[in-house]
Design a protein around this ligand. Structure first.
Ligand SMILES: Cc1ncc(C[n+]2csc(CCOP(=O)(O)OP(=O)(O)O)c2C)c(N)n1
Length: 565
């Protein structure tokens, strides 16, 4: 007997037709028809079972960031839908194309108190770029097409499709199951800024005494690193990045002056922005972290802003020229327009290479002695310094909030432009990097991927070590073990008179936990042993974890200029 073609079949085929290769998810009652279709159909997609829907979404997020393809995650109704949510929120706010599929109670059971019922569409509405509930089976192909179109065009973002149980079993006509080529990757289309605005901006860039470029995540998402390099070099302008904008230029590029802002920014990079007479924001939102709560750059500086999303422009700064468009096309157009005008720089023009070199040298002068320190507990600087030396050029570091984010933002020296650093800066939820690192490693199996987490984050996410081992992904993991929610303790130290309240917890032996899951692990207390442990972990041909007994964050020289207080 041939089975009818069902809604579940159509969902599987629609994902396949959009070029999906991996789906991260966790099973549930209302997802059974979808799972059965996945089992029956020869679709070539790999379903990766996770131990928590939050992880599935974080995996899909980092997978999308390293492949530029839509990341797909799925979970069941009720609890599954609530757990999938954090990853979709992060992806949406970080302009990453992630599709979340939640199964749901049957349409026919709505309102009758079926187990797990929840208004999933309402739950996701404010948090996704596109969101729908399927009411009838024949809506599935169109809904999936709309979701992919929404995720990959304009400013990329997350989409959610709620797929009721009974609809998955209903029959439909296969003829409507088709996908638009190109909507599986982002950005699917590129639009260029208004040529008149480009001319205006070019004129100001050429006339500026000291233009500084500040890049957000948009440059790497648009694949605009070569165009950025060309424009900055032509102008001899230093390039700063936000935390998410790391990789816009190689960290070792002569014009890279480093990360700006409260989280990872250091005094010497701040000085580069402070002396600018013009700032060009590129693919950046100019939010609180980047601009030190809208103080840096100052209001006196001329502002140009290139972004694919017009709603980011002039949100925080009165803007002299708005360039609405894709970063790759926009930077290429600016380069052409500047080249046509630039004969000589204005009198007294700053030397961008010298400014960036000074910023990097000053930073290094502060960092190097701390990285060499044999103090106990181990200084975070030592971990970053060793990884800078030991990691291959193609490595990807995925950092959690707490110790990892500011330390790696300030001091990690990726020698290549592109996606070599990932962190969840939109919402900064703890417990991101282990799962995200796994997703990155699935998306880019040729790269060494290192997840760097605080022990607080480890506690959120360690169940996923089973997934890492089951799937044989050679993820490298580093835990900063300091038995404290250090970021908050540091805020209590600076802003609340050292009245420490409910921030300390017991030390866990993370290496033994990892070993119990089958992960090769090292526990390092002596700073002199750190290099050999990291080398062994990197050389190991499977997953490996190094548990570093490290300074409490509030006692460190962390590059954070402002705590909450
Ligand atoms: C889900 C979630 N809850 C609470 C916070 C608030 N928060 C920010 S940093 C931090 C402490 C991080 O502790 P840990 O991971 O141990 O790293 P450390 O700061 O000690 O280096 C907390 C609780 C958060 N970011 N995410």
């Amino acid at each position: 007997m041939t089975l009818p073609y069902t809604g579940a079949d159509a969902m599987v085929h629609m994902l396949q037709l959009n070029g999906v290769k991996h789906i991260f998810g966790l099973c549930g009652d209302t997802s059974l028809p979808f799972y059965d279709a996945m089992a029956r159909i020869d679709h070539g997609m790999d379903h990766i079972l996770t131990r928590d829907e939050r992880s599935a979404a974080y995996m899909a997020d980092a997978y999308a960031r390293v492949t530029d393809r839509v990341g797909v995650c799925e979970g069941p109704s009720g609890g599954g839908a609530t757990y999938l949510l954090p990853g979709l929120v992060e992806a949406n706010e970080s302009s990453v194309a992630v599709l979340g599929i939640t199964s749901d109670v049957s349409v026919g059971a709505r309102g009758k108190f079926p187990l797990t019922e929840l208004d999933q569409q309402a739950l996701y509405r404010p948090l996704t770029k596109w969101n729908t509930t399927i009411d009838r089976v024949d809506q599935i192909p169109h809904a999936v097409r709309s979701a992919f179109r929404a995720m990959t065009t304009g400013r990329p973002g997350a989409a959610h499709i709620c797929l009721p149980y009974d609809v998955q079993k209903h029959a439909l006509d296969e003829a409507d199951v088709w996908a638009q080529p190109g909507h599986g990757q982002f950005p699917a289309y590129r639009s260029a800024p208004d040529p008149a605005a480009v001319e205006d901006a070019a004129q100001r860039l050429v006339a500026a005494r000291s233009p500084v470029l500040i890049c957000g995540g948009g440059v790497v998402i648009a694949g605009a690193t070569a165009e950025l390099d060309a424009l900055a070099t032509l102008l001899n302008a230093p390039v700063c990045t936000t935390v998410s904008g790391q990789g816009s230029l190689a960290n070792t590029h002569p014009l890279n002056a480093g990360v700006v802002g409260t989280n990872g920014g250091v005094e010497s990079t701040r000085a580069v922005v402070a002396q600018a007479d013009l700032v060009l924001f590129i693919g950046a939102r100019a939010g609180s972290t980047t601009t030190e709560h809208w103080q840096m750059p100052s209001r006196q500086v001329s502002i140009l802003h290139l972004d694919v999303d017009p709603m980011t422009i002039a949100t925080n700064y009165r803007t002299d020229v708005a360039l609405v468009g894709d970063a790759k096309l926009g930077l290429a157009a600016l380069h052409a327009a500047v080249q046509a005008r630039i004969t000589r720089r204005p009198a007294g023009a700053a030397d961008g290479v010298a400014l960036a070199a000074r910023a990097r040298a000053d930073k290094q002068a502060f960092f190097a002695p701390l990285a060499a320190s044999l103090e106990r507990p181990i200084r975070p600087e030592r971990v970053v310094g060793l990884l800078n030396r030991l990691l291959p050029a193609k490595a990807i570091v995925v950092a959690d909030p707490g110790t990892p984010c500011p330390y790696f933002s300030a001091y990690f020296d990726a020698p290549q432009a592109g996606r070599h650093f990932i962190t969840n800066r939109a919402h900064g939820a703890l417990g991101f990097s282990l799962a995200a690192g796994f997703g990155a490693a699935v998306g880019q199996p040729d790269s060494v991927v290192v997840s760097v987490m605080g022990d607080g984050s480890f506690g959120f996410t360690c169940g996923e070590l089973e997934t890492v081992v089951r799937r044989g992904v050679p993820l490298k993991m580093i835990v900063f073990s300091n038995s404290v929610y250090g970021w908050i303790k540091a805020s209590q130290k600076t802003g609340y008179g050292e009245r420490y309240f409910s921030v300390d917890f017991n030390r866990t032996d993370h290496a033994r936990v990892a070993e119990a899951f089958g992960v090769k692990a090292w526990r390092v207390e002596n700073p002199a042993d750190l290099e050999s442990a990291l080398k062994a972990a990197l050389a190991h041909d499977g997953p490996a974890l190094v548990d570093v007994i490290s300074q409490e964050l509030q006692d460190t020289a962390v590059p954070v200029s402002q705590w909450m207080g």
